[in-house]
Ligand binder design. Structure first.
Ligand code: GLU
Length: 473
């Protein structure tokens, strides 16, 4: 999935950033500071593998911006990890957090391993050693830098990180806030797992609910009945497919690295997931057609294409063959600047990664707040709200002489659980961010695409924050 034709991933991010600067009011020096990666920690450490061999592990943590503390961003395990990639991903985190008003600087970590080629015990040793390297250099902590899951990592790895951190910081009452995406039992928050996929859905749904935007694309409003193709069946892709299907869209193709499947009548992501688990591949799914190459799914006609795997999958060499009307970037950096130019010319709407996939970090922020406040969301108000709603209902019933059914009573009385509050906070965040970016774009017709509008939004927020710090008298 490397980008052989154009720029490195970090150069792509810089190029998109520079495209937006002329629409902002900030002076060159400040723009240079916003763009630069502030701290780069490149490390090598030895780990003894199960067969007794010692392997030197290459790993990184990049803090792109400390204009707000802590820094925030996931850790990926992939054998494609390199410093340039981690720098690009850290930069995107800064802009992402700024757009959705999550008060963090951007960071990212990466360990250059293929997790499929290691035992669970080896992965645990690598993760714990990486964490202690971060502690040694003060690159982790609830007020310093807070990692999270990314490609190739999940709750299990986050549990190892928090346990290692807490054991090295005895008595730190806020230790649970050193990492997010933890299992619920280790201080995680309900709703984090599906957050990125749900955020992507909320963002695209909002775009689809904009009549003027849909008119320009010759599409009807709403997500119902729209055809969707998802590339990548990891946590993000799986949940994207789930929420689109549950809201009446048809997921007609799903791609993974071993191949892609197509069914014009729609695919059920859970059944596909179970089939892959049982057979080791998504291919030969009952009722679906196999596509010859995994990348064919990207070029199949649909309303909404969701690349939810890795960067640079749509570039100057295949963008011309993409037939979708809307591309929702669930992954980080799936399109190159050349692809952007092609889509802008063809009138295909690209909804950019740097805000569309911000659901993960938004709910990470909720998790971090939960850890620092040491109380579950909803604990204080759930019962109070239920009692209050019950009283109001009783009054209405006695005034009208009518009674609601038991099922209706349950809905009306319901006090918020943690997951309800998290989902609603996420929905509000994604809707507001979509409207804010679209507004910037509409107010300045010279802005060529939605990504540039998103960069303008991010640069203005980070710029304001630097200016307010008063470090440039
Ligand atoms: N890895 C996710 C992202 O790229 C989540 C980061 C976080 O929750 O800090 O946005």
């Amino acid at each position: 999935m490397s980008n052989q034709h154009e720029y490195s991933f970090f150069q792509s991010v810089e190029k998109s950033f520079e495209k937006a600067t002329k629409f902002t009011k900030w002076e060159k020096g400040l723009l240079e500071q916003i763009k630069a990666c502030n701290s780069i920690y490149s490390m090598r450490f030895p780990v003894k593998m199960d067969d007794g061999r010692i392997e030197v592990i290459e790993a990184y943590r990049v803090q792109h911006s400390q204009h707000k503390s802590p820094c925030k961003g996931g850790i990926r395990f992939s054998d494609a990890v390199n410093q340039d990639e981690v720098m690009a991903l850290a930069s995107l985190m800064t802009y992402k957090c700024a757009i959705v008003n999550v008060p963090f600087g951007g960071a990212k970590g990466g360990i250059k391993i293929n997790p499929r080629q290691h035992s669970v015990y080896e992965l645990e040793k690598i993760t714990r050693r990486y964490t202690s390297e971060l502690v040694k250099k003060n690159f982790i902590g609830p007020g310093i830098d807070v990692p999270a899951p990314d490609y190739g990592t999940g709750e299990r790895e986050m549990a190892w990180i928090v346990d290692t951190y807490a054991s090295l910081k005895p008595g730190d009452i806020d230790a649970a806030g050193c990492v997010t995406g933890k299992p619920i039992t280790q201080g995680g928050v309900r709703g984090r797992k599906e957050a990125t996929g749900l955020g992507v859905f909320f963002g695209i749904r909002e775009v689809c609910n904009m009549p003027d935007v849909m008119k320009r694309l010759s599409l009807s409003t709403g997500v119902e009945g729209k055809t969707v193709i998802v590339q990548g069946m990891g946590n993000v892709g799986y949940h994207c497919a789930k929420f689109f299907r549950e809201h009446g869209s048809k997921v007609i193709a799903i791609a993974e690295y071993e191949g892609a499947i197509y069914n014009a009548g729609g695919l059920n992501e859970e059944e596909v997931f179970q089939h892959r688990k049982a057979t080791g591949s998504i291919l030969n799914f009952p009722g679906a057609t196999n596509l010859a190459n995994s990348s064919d799914a990207l070029e199949t006609a649909c309303d909404i294409l969701i690349p939810a795997a890795l960067e640079n999958v749509i570039n100057g060499s295949n963008a011309d063959r993409v037939k979708a009307r809307i591309i929702g970037e669930a992954a980080n950096g799936p399109l190159t600047p050349d692809a952007d130019d092609i889509f802008a010319k063809k009138g295909i709407l690209v909804v950019p990664d740097m805000y569309l996939n911000a659901g993960g970090v938004t709910v990470s922020y909720f998790e971090w707040l939960k850890n620092l406040s040491h109380v579950r969301y909803g604990r204080m108000e759930k019962r109070f709200t239920e009692n209050m709603n019950g009283n109001i209902l009783e009054q209405i019933e006695s005034l009208t002489g009518k009674k609601v059914s038991d099922a209706e009573r349950k809905v009306i009385q319901h006090g918020p659980e943690e997951v309800d509050l998290v989902h609603s906070g996420l929905e509000e965040t994604m809707i507001s961010a979509t409207r804010e970016i679209m507004d910037i774009w509409h107010k300045n017709p010279e802005i060529p695409d939605m990504r540039t509008a998103a960069y303008v939004c991010a640069i203005d927020k980070v710029g304001t924050s630097y200016a307010e710090l008063g470090i440039f008298p």
